[in-house]
Design a protein around this ligand. Structure first.
Ligand code: GLC
Length: 665
């Protein structure tokens, strides 16, 4: 059952494909404790929480699988210090499930800020604070799994990427020359390391100008072709900001046609600084501007590119022109004061506040149905709008074909067109656990194609951390090693015993037929790809407490190691399960284990996971490219007898029909 309550006149986000009958917001009072706070000028939705209640959801967010114990704010933000105290990240996914005696789901559909106080102010309370113009979807169901499925059916089917996107990708913000890219391909091949994608960060462009190439890549098409011959896909980045530079066609065309975000006067272009220096921001809310920007991808698709990552689309603002002018004046006064009067914190705060400033978001204006609306009112939709604009354009640029695309910033609805990566994580052990916590929450919100920067983006990695990241990454649809410029290099061959990385990559490629099949099932049936254990073992109270194990589909459980120097970890088996160990020599050990707690040794050169006792798992022979995986000859492991229904399609066309093959053991 679900109900949609409308407050004020919400902006149509497009998140819900199926719009239930709309009831007035006041009616929500019949279902929950709701009041209007005059001082805050916000609606407050309040729930009592029992000790045993669990709150799941919020997609890309901080903290645990159970969201209790923190405050979360939907306010898409570029900040690459993803510490435990953060309240907002790059995406806003305002869907949660409260599991109590019965379960309810809530989706707060608004592009504006929403505050979720989940046992933060008071342990026994959940408070959701939202603005005057908001749709609230309430779902009632028997259990969280059922509610998640119902929500997914309302937001529409999750995007299906091309098959190659399930291969491995190597990335680093520093690869700038042809030789850099050629070296990766060469070293991967020399070391027999499986690879499908090499990512091109901003240095392929001419001074960070979208849809241009540096001199190095003046014959880009030929360059792409050479990689294609090696069955490798080059995946360039596209940033939201368009460099302000006379003579740059994209800039000039956008200015001429009023395609960029404006100042409040509706005439002057808003100017903010990002990687290219001063830049203008396409107004994706203006359909004509969105169409125009989407069509710019043509330079790349014409050159044979079939995948993209959209970045800086919160949008990130290092500072704005008005903000910098104001700071300059302030600093002049500050310096005049002399050392005795310097206030260190004032200086720090004033300079720091120039980044991603609210004031700037207030200044930015979009053209919506002929009216000017402040960006602040629409903020959380901007990244989705950029990505949707590209997806729309691909229909003409690559007719009938799927294009790999994922975005940093997102809102629910974008899951129908693209995936996400979880932004600038760090080479920290806690960030292995963070992605593990985010995956089931992302599944609830439809973002099935997702993953984090394996090895960690910021800071210096270590070999063991990279390996442990990979042992989890083997199971994430997006499996990419990416790192920041200036950090320790982290390609597999930078470390001793690259064969351990090779083994994990071979395991991934062996699992691709299964992973792809599970992905298709989750997308078509609106089911969870990753779930908390409690979604499956619904009546088991301990299952609600498990924060470091996940189910993939209905039958596989993963138990990654996330602490340094650990040689293994404690694992809880909710029932008797089969432990699968993929050894480096290619052998596979299968061992039934009893329900309960076990210490499981987990060496760095093995892949370990668990299957339910009747489950059958298909494995392909190891391959170096997804295109070389032999889907026709799959080895079946797991239960001595049983079947697995393998879902498959052609892996590339949009309307591909799914074939279902029953594999019998
Ligand atoms: C942002 C992205 C990161 C990228 C960098 C340079 O920080 O999140 O992935 O490498 O910009 O483009």
């Amino acid at each position: 059952m679900h109900y949609l309550f409308r407050f004020g006149q919400p902006f149509e986000t497009g998140a819900l494909l199926e719009k239930p009958e709309i009831e007035s917001g006041e009616k929500l009072k019949d279902k929950a404790d709701l009041h209007f706070d005059e001082k805050l000028n916000k609606w407050i939705l309040r729930f009592d929480l029992k000790d045993t209640d669990v709150v799941y959801g919020l997609g890309e967010a901080m903290r645990g699988i159970n969201k209790r114990g923190w405050e979360y704010i939907s306010d898409n933000l570029d900040d690459w210090s993803i510490t435990e105290d953060r309240r907002n990240l790059y995406g806003s996914h305002n869907f949660l499930i409260l599991q109590s005696d019965s379960s309810i789901g809530l989706f707060i559909d608004t592009p504006e800020k929403v505050r979720f106080d989940i046992s933060y102010t008071r342990q026994d309370e959940m408070i959701i604070e939202f603005g005057l113009d908001t749709d609230v979807l309430l779902l009632e169901g028997k259990d969280p799994q059922e509610i998640a499925m119902e929500f997914r059916s309302l937001i529409g089917q999750s995007w299906i990427p091309p098959l190659f996107a399930f291969g491995f990708g190597q990335s680093r913000w520093e690869y700038a020359t042809k030789a850099d890219f050629e070296e990766i391909a060469r070293l991967y091949d020399e070391l027999d390391l499986p690879l499908d994608m090499i990512y091109m960060d901003i240095d392929y462009m001419d001074r960070y100008k979208d849809f241009t190439f540096s001199k190095e890549f003046s014959d880009f098409e030929k360059f792409v072709e050479d990689f294609k011959k090696k069955k490798l896909h080059l995946i360039p980045i596209i940033d939201a900001g368009v460099k302000k530079e006379d003579g740059y066609a994209v800039y000039e065309e956008g200015v001429k046609n009023n395609y960029f975000v404006k100042m409040p006067d509706g005439k002057t272009d808003f100017v903010g600084a990002v990687w290219p220096g001063y830049a203008l921001f396409p107004d994706f809310f203006n359909p004509e501007a969105a169409r125009w920007f989407g069509n710019q991808y043509k330079v790349l698709t014409d050159a044979g590119i079939d995948g993209f990552w959209n970045d800086m689309n919160e949008p990130a603002l290092f500072y704005s022109q008005p903000g910098m002018d104001e700071l300059r004046d302030w600093l002049k006064d500050y310096v005049k004061k002399g050392p005795e009067a310097y206030e260190m914190f004032a200086l720090e705060n004033h300079v720091g506040a120039i980044k991603n400033s609210r004031e700037d978001y207030r200044l930015m204006h979009h053209q919506v149905d002929g009216k000017w609306i402040s960006h602040e009112k629409l903020h959380n939709l901007y990244g989705m709008k950029m990505t949707d604009a590209a997806a729309e354009a691909f229909k003409d640029l690559r007719p009938g074909l799927r294009t790999l695309m994922f975005s940093r910033s997102s809102y629910i609805g974008m899951h129908r067109n693209a995936g996400i990566w979880t932004g600038d994580n760090s080479s920290w052990w806690s960030h292995i656990l963070l992605i593990l916590h985010q995956l089931p929450a992302l599944s609830m919100c439809g973002f099935l194609y997702s993953g984090c920067d394996l090895g960690g983006f910021g800071k210096d990695t270590t070999r063991d951390l990279s390996i442990r990241f990979m042992q989890l990454g083997v199971f994430t649809p997006l499996m990419r090693n990416h790192s920041a410029s200036g950090t320790r290099r982290q390609e597999p061959y930078q470390f001793e015993h690259p064969e351990d990385f090779r083994h994990l990559l071979f395991c991934r490629y062996r699992l691709i037929p299964w992973l792809y099949s599970e992905y298709l099932k989750a997308s078509v049936n609106n089911t969870m790809l990753f779930s908390p254990l409690s979604f499956i073992w619904k009546d088991d109270e301990f299952a609600r407490e498990v924060e470091d194990q996940l189910m993939i589909g209905d039958e596989m459980m993963i138990t990654p190691v996330y602490t340094q120097n650990a040689k293994g970890r404690m694992v809880w088996l909710p029932e008797s399960m089969r432990k699968i160990t993929m050894k480096p020599d290619g052998t596979i050990l299968q061992e039934m284990m009893d329900a309960g707690h076990h210490y499981i040794a987990y060496p760095e050169n093995e892949l370990i996971f668990f299957l339910r006792k009747d489950a059958i798992l298909p494995l392909a022979a190891p391959a170096l490219r997804t295109a070389d995986i032999d889907f026709d000859h799959l080895e079946l492991i797991g239960a001595p007898k049983g079947t697995y229904t393998l879902w498959m399609d052609d892996g590339q066309s949009i309307d591909a029909s799914v074939t279902k093959r029953v594999l019998v053991r």
